[in-house]
Write a protein that binds this ligand. Structure first.
Ligand code: ADP
Ligand code: MG
Ligand code: MG
Ligand code: MG
Ligand code: MG
Ligand code: MG
Length: 698
């Protein structure tokens, strides 16, 4: 997460004095990048995923599953091993990288180098393998998956698990290995989480403490609890140490921060300690990056609902299935004034959302982006906006940046206050990378050779590599379909936010409805020649001159076509352009002008010339997504929920006990390895992380 500078972090009272300095120089740095790279063209499609793991330490005697706090040692070991493998490997094999994350039990893994648009790269991602190219297929069976690489070098009772939220994070008693007492939580002042839950690198405790200090209280997250037959009503949580008197904020719970019938959480670790699955794409130029960013905005909540995987918090079943609001609340540094609880005096803006939330603005200048779609309140820094406009930036990008820049920098290192704004982007990144939103528009780092990129950030991490592969492959292909067919997913961004709320509700994927656009084709005649019904030829609307021959590679550089001459593209009032749809309809189609996301991907695949075994493999992944979307297979959240409620120890009181948690995580590990079958959750032919690889026939 974000950049890890080294140095002496400033406490909030000191840091805030430099807020304007960081913003001003951050904008100077951005403008430098803009001037150098706004016309940069022709970057190829590169992409990469980030998968977060939590290391779980199993105690088979006590029947407890705990979080292993050995991140520092584990990372040192893994990185040494990775260096060794790299030294022994041909250059073409990109050995994975492991990175620190917020939780001291977390590991983030990325490919060692981004993938290209080649189909073997797509498939190598598909097995979470260490990168390969055609010539080295055989090597990757030897090297194996990132998960297995990590696993091999942990203690025998430790397992890297791609699990979104640890069910018993913050319960009374021991949930970490080793045990630490929450009374030592000098950064968060949490009633539940010890200081040692947080990565010790200065950035993380400082971020935690400065969010609390800036806000003027601890963060307060209240998730509705799943009220079961025997859950006391009202539910007043007996595990909250209501009367603790150690830190000045201790009385907050009693004074109203902790709501009845809710699971109360009071620290950054509850949110930033969740794991997720993210994907970054390089575009060929800034214009394409802006189109892709906009195209993926309405997809954010849909994929959140479909990947829902986190129904348990602090030992209780929640009435939501996703982590999103937990993380949003866990880093919400807004003051009471900014949250609208008091008139503005010290602060400059009323801010409707946390720094971690859904994006507020479509930013493409393409004709499909009607101004009416940007209907969210958008506080932005007018001084910065004016500066950007005077420099020649357009309205939308200026608003995007000046909206991000209403935030204060939270962590400033005294050694890096003064920077060379032509070679550094640290001040820009300081604000940019602490706006944690559903999509991130990533300008190229200065002097890097990297292009304009877009990051897709809403998905929950899935329990098996197979599922993570499936969702990654789906989004990679969907992003290509959006660009190459130039489909139009625009709808008012406020409706995307309504979807974000709905996506997190229990069972949203099967019983929820989401707003979505009814006609996604961009020309008035396109339904006849629609993407989904033209197979084998290039799309008529992809902006390329003549029909392309089938190609092997995924690619970028699809120029947006000019608006249709008949002007019919905006014939409907905005409110008539969208309607409520089920997940099944959004994914598989509804009506003549909306083929559904999966058929769009299939139509895109038809334009490629993929070897039959590779195509078969891709279809296996898409089939998982399809079956999740039409309810034939359960979401992870529903499967977890069912596991808990059907466990013999479950007392129908919402409590996920130590034993239930242990059995759950043992089961998840066994499922991942293919030792335990789970009809209704994974396809019948799922063989487990290890054997899965073999079945590609490599
Ligand atoms: P952050 O944590 O800021 O999102 P990371 O560096 O952890 O960023 O991960 C970025 C992802 O982007 C990784 O999956 C990496 O493989 C990928 N990536 C790196 N360079 C490029 C590039 N030029 N284009 C697209 N993706 C890239
Ligand atoms: Mg991360
Ligand atoms: Mg990362
Ligand atoms: Mg990072
Ligand atoms: Mg990321
Ligand atoms: Mg595996």
């Amino acid at each position: 997460m974000g950049l890890l500078s080294l140095g002496t972090p400033l406490v909030w009272d000191e840091a805030k004095k430099y807020a304007d300095h960081v913003r001003t120089h951050g904008i100077t740095q951005f403008l430098h990048i803009w001037d150098c790279l706004k016309d940069r063209q022709g970057d190829e499609l590169l992409w990469g995923d980030e998968i977060e793991y939590m290391v779980v330490s199993f105690d088979d005697v006590e029947k407890n599953a705990k979080l292993s706090l050995r991140q520092t040692e584990i990372l040192a070991k893994l990185n040494a091993i990775v260096d060794d493998i790299s030294a022994d490997c041909p250059k073409s094999i990109a050995v994975p990288k492991f990175h620190p994350e917020y939780g001291r039990y977390m590991l983030e893994s990325t490919p060692g180098a981004p993938y290209t648009g080649s189909i073997p790269d797509l498939l190598s991602r598909a097995i979470c393998a260490i990168g390969v190219n055609d010539a080295f297929w055989s090597d990757f069976a030897l090297i194996g998956s990132r998960r297995n690489l990590a696993r091999k070098h942990l203690k025998p009772n430790e397992v890297p698990m791609s699990f979104t939220s640890f069910p018993r994070l913050g319960v009374p008693g021991q949930f970490t290995e080793p045990y630490f007492d929450p009374s030592d939580a000098i950064s968060s002042h949490s009633l539940f989480l010890p200081e040692e839950i947080t990565n010790p690198h200065a950035r993380f405790p400082t971020l935690t403490a400065n969010i609390r200090r800036r806000r003027g209280s601890k963060v307060a997250i209240n998730l509705p609890i799943f009220l079961d037959e025997n859950t006391p009503r009202p539910f007043i949580d007996p595990t909250i140490p209501w009367d603790r008197n150690l830190y000045p904020e201790d009385p907050e719970a009693k004074l109203g921060a902790a709501l009845p019938d809710h699971i109360y959480m009071d620290a950054m670790g509850f949110g930033m300690g969740c794991c997720c699955l993210q994907l970054t794409f390089q575009a060929c130029n800034v214009t394409e990056a802006r189109r892709l960013y906009d195209g993926l905005i309405p997809i954010g909540p849909i994929m959140l609902a479909l990947t829902a995987a986190s129904p348990i918090y602090r030992g209780y079943l929640a009435d939501v299935d996703c982590r999103w609001n937990v993380i949003a609340g866990s880093v919400d540094d807004r003051t009471e004034e900014e949250r609208g609880l008091k008139p503005l005096k010290e602060n400059r803006f009323r801010i409707p959302k946390s720094r971690y939330d859904s994006v507020d603005l479509y930013i493409s200048e393409q004709w499909m982006n009607r101004p009416e779609y940007n209907d969210n309140p958008l506080p932005y820094d007018e001084g910065i906006y004016d500066r950007l406009r005077k420099h020649g930036l357009d309205d939308l990008l200026s608003k995007h940046i000046s909206h991000l820049f209403i935030r204060d920098p939270l962590v400033i290192f005294s050694e890096t206050i003064d920077q060379d704004d032509t070679s550094s982007s640290d001040h820009f990144e300081n604000i940019q990378s602490t706006n944690w939103q559903t999509l991130r528009f990533k300008p190229p780092p200065p002097n890097s050779g990297i292009g304009w990129r877009v990051e897709f950030r809403s998905m929950e991490v899935q329990m098996t590599d197979f599922e993570n592969a499936a969702f990654a492959v789906f989004i990679v292909l969907l992003s290509r379909a959006i660009l190459s067919f130039n489909v139009n997913f625009y709808m008012p961004i406020s409706k995307v936010d309504v979807n974000m709320g709905r996506a997190q509700k229990r069972g949203a994927s099967t019983s929820g409805k989401f707003y979505f656009r009814k006609d996604v084709y961009t020309t008035s005649h396109s339904s006849a020649t629609s993407a989904a019904s033209t197979s084998g030829t290039s799309s008529p609307v992809d902006g390329c001159s003549s029909p392309r021959k089938k190609e092997k590679k995924l690619r970028n550089c699809f120029p947006a076509p000019p608006p249709p001459e008949d002007g019919l593209f905006n014939r409907l009032p905005v409110e008539e352009e969208y309607e409520e749809m089920t997940m099944q309809e959004i994914m598989n189609g509804k009506g003549p002008n909306f083929p559904g996301l999966l058929p769009l991907v299939d139509a895109y695949l038809d334009t490629l010339d993929i070897e039959p075994p590779h195509l078969e493999r891709i279809q296996k992944y898409l089939n998982l997504v399809r079956r999740r979307s039409d309810g034939r297979l359960l979401t992870a959240a529903t499967w977890i929920r069912d596991f808990v409620t059907s466990h013999p120890d479950y007392k129908k009181d919402s409590v996920v006990s130590q034993t239930i948690n242990y059995d759950l995580l043992v089961a998840v590990d066994e499922i991942e390895r293919g030792v335990r079958t789970t009809p209704g959750f994974l396809p019948a032919d799922y063989e487990g992380g290890n054997r899965d690889r073999g079945s590609i026939g490599l």
